[in-house]
Design a protein around this ligand. Sequence first.
Ligand code: FAD
Ligand code: SIN
Length: 543
Amino acid sequence: MVVSMPRPLPWVPEDSDFAVIGSGIAGIIFALFASERARVTVFTKKEQSESNTNYAQGGIAAVLDPTDSEAEHVRDTEIAGVGLCRREAVEILVHEGPPLIRQLAQWGVQFSRRPESGGFDLGMEGGHSHRRIVHAHDMTGRQVEEALLAELRRRRNVTILEHCYVVDLEVGETPDGRQCTGLWYYDPGGPCLRFHPARAVLVATGGLGQVYLHTTNPAIATGDGIGMAYRAGATLANMEFVQFHPTAFYTPNGTPFLVSEAVRGEGGILKTLDGAPFMEHYDPRGCLAPRDIVARAIDAEMKKRGDQHVLLDLTHRDADFLRRRFPFISTQCAEHGVDLTRSPIPVVPAAHYSCGGIECDTWGRTDIAGLYAAGEAAHTGVHGANRLASNSLLEALVWGKRAAESCLSERLGVQMPRALAFRPLNQRREGMEAIRWVHMTGELRRLMWDYVGIVRSSERLRFAQRRLAVMQAEVDYLIESGMGIVETFELRNMVAVARLIVESALHRRESRGLHYSLDYLRQDDTQPPVETKVRINPFAFVG
Ligand code: FAD
Ligand code: SIN
């Protein structure tokens, strides 16, 4: 773990119409649409392109082939989501996605095209009944992020603040109920927290994969937005549904990169170490079954055989085709000593995506006025108990735009500039050893991997629950006693998010989609499926 050196802050405007936390696809799309008629400030904690979006490989699902249909994309999404998708949200997703893909192309995103027709080259992924994945080779995210950031930099009304870490949301009581009036960001020069007033705040902070030891997510994915929304009293939904991607590249020291589901879409076969294919024993759809099923099958094979990983074999496919279709994965494999045209790739499941998040409606509105959420940090009801492959970038696009439209059309509270407002931070020299948060972060990630992973039990969850309560007290103590730095704020969010996952998992007394419990092996079909909704102050399950 690398301890980041605090950087001096860039110039920060006194206030904004809308403040955005995050410069991944959801935050950028919001800013692109909202800045047509409002001043937008984007806060982002690292370089502006550093996001989950930047690492996306497979692509964006959209109905663009005349032989495909919206009804089929809706059906595939709902089958993957195992009864918990909200129909209205899925229909919006599927219907509003394709025009946005065309808009991205107009903004300069270079998607892969079919040489003969010039149309989009559509890929195949698990759970889809059609080829419908628009992609830029196997580096879709990087292409999207670069082109959209370039477009955003051309906008006059937008300020992008890099290395500007947002710590908390400001929520006040008004006669009409709770309202978000801005955010607090970290100023290492103070050291202090400074207030940035805004008529609305969009949380677009992405995922939480860093809560687990093995993850496909980059270091930014510490669940910050979910943590701050929880502390602010917003409702969170379906936090137990953490998606494990079946195929991250395995090394004894970790999972350095993802091996896209598109690899199975192009014929990749999962095998045990002795070369035996196994997916057909688990599901008639074989290697292209939805992710929850594939990840559990791999987990079961590894446990049965005592192996550390399984194999993904592409050696029967044409070598030139593989290098052309998967340039990033081919190069990454080669750097780790694997020529994927000649040898199978060692793979393991790794934490990948949070299907739950900040509860919001079809316009990205949360239950706090002026507080919006979009992208992976949000729960829109699209993914249900398990996300369909390549529906995440699509959801971030659709809800990023919708949240912008909603902000522009609603009468949101007007704030007086309070740029000078600040809260001092306690940063004592003694007791500032980095080992305190480094150790606790490692402990948390291993705890979640070992006890709150692909296969769960109530006993393991309760063990994690007790350990996390101790960690919560310790991290609060660290911040109060002098470690008010970005790393401990991140750790506080990771602990909060971990607790939300565990509490929500304990609350669900069945196995469904990504939540699989040895104590409740069956799906409860005796009553309509329910979402798990929880909020703080007081801690309660709602709905
Ligand atoms: P992100 O892109 O993660 O952006 C979050 C932003 O918030 C970052 O800029 C971050 O720095 C900032 N931030 C976070 N906390 C703070 C804070 N406290 N203060 C300031 N800034 C903050 N999905 C698909 O649909 N198709 C794919 O092919 C695909 N491939 C994937 C491959 C990989 C390896 C991974 C990890 C994910 C993939 N996904 C894919 C999932 C998808 O990429 C993400 O769900 C999506 O990009 C999330 O976008 P976002 O805008 O919500 O968040
Ligand atoms: C992948 O390329 O396998 C990731 C796709 C996704 O997360 O939807």
